[in-house]
Write a protein that binds this ligand. Structure first.
Ligand code: ATP
Length: 136
């Protein structure tokens, strides 16, 4: 077992709380990897894939928006939503993607709050579909 501890927390529940060897997460400045002994670090999290390895097994999740903090061999990830790759409802994500695309096509006044919301919803849906497609 590694000495790095990972916590992935949403407003609903603690999705992950366990020792891991490596964490790779979608940071606001790009994907980053954390191993044991990493220096203290803070990053925004954007919709994407978060994965970790533990005992030779890799687990993959979708995370949406939040932040990550690394300190004293603890990685804390606080996000609006997270789902295990295997638990993603692809049909739901496809419908969310279609709704978002329709809204974006209807109202092209970029910068308006509904436009920004639709853009964010589209990103979440695309990431869910992409990560779900990787599960064999
Ligand atoms: P939708 O419009 O389908 O609700 P959304 O992007 O608005 O999608 P979120 O606000 O990101 O949804 O998430 C709300 C809750 O639903 C969270 O608990 C999230 O984990 C879950 N969730 C959203 N979409 C999916 C999906 N396709 N498969 C499984 N869980 C999902």
């Amino acid at each position: 077992m590694g000495k790095l501890h990972l916590e992935v927390v949403t407003p609903e529940k603690v999705m992950v709380s366990q020792d891991v060897e490596i964490v790779v997460a979608p940071g606001s400045l790009g994907e980053f990897g954390i191993l044991e002994g990493h220096v203290p670090f803070l990053s925004g999290i954007v919709p994407g894939e978060l994965r970790y390895s533990s005992g030779g097994q890799t687990e993959r999740f979708v995370v949406t928006t939040g932040f990550a903090e690394v300190s004293d061999n603890r990685v804390s990830v606080l996000v609006d939503a997270a789902e295990k790759a295997a638990e993603i409802d692809v049909e739901r994500a496809r419908k969310a993607m279609e709704r978002a695309k329709e809204r974006l096509a209807r109202d092209r006044s970029a910068g308006d709050i509904d436009f920004l919301r639709a853009e964010a919803a589209l990103k979440r849906a695309i990431v869910r579909i992409r990560v779900a497609e990787k599960r064999g």
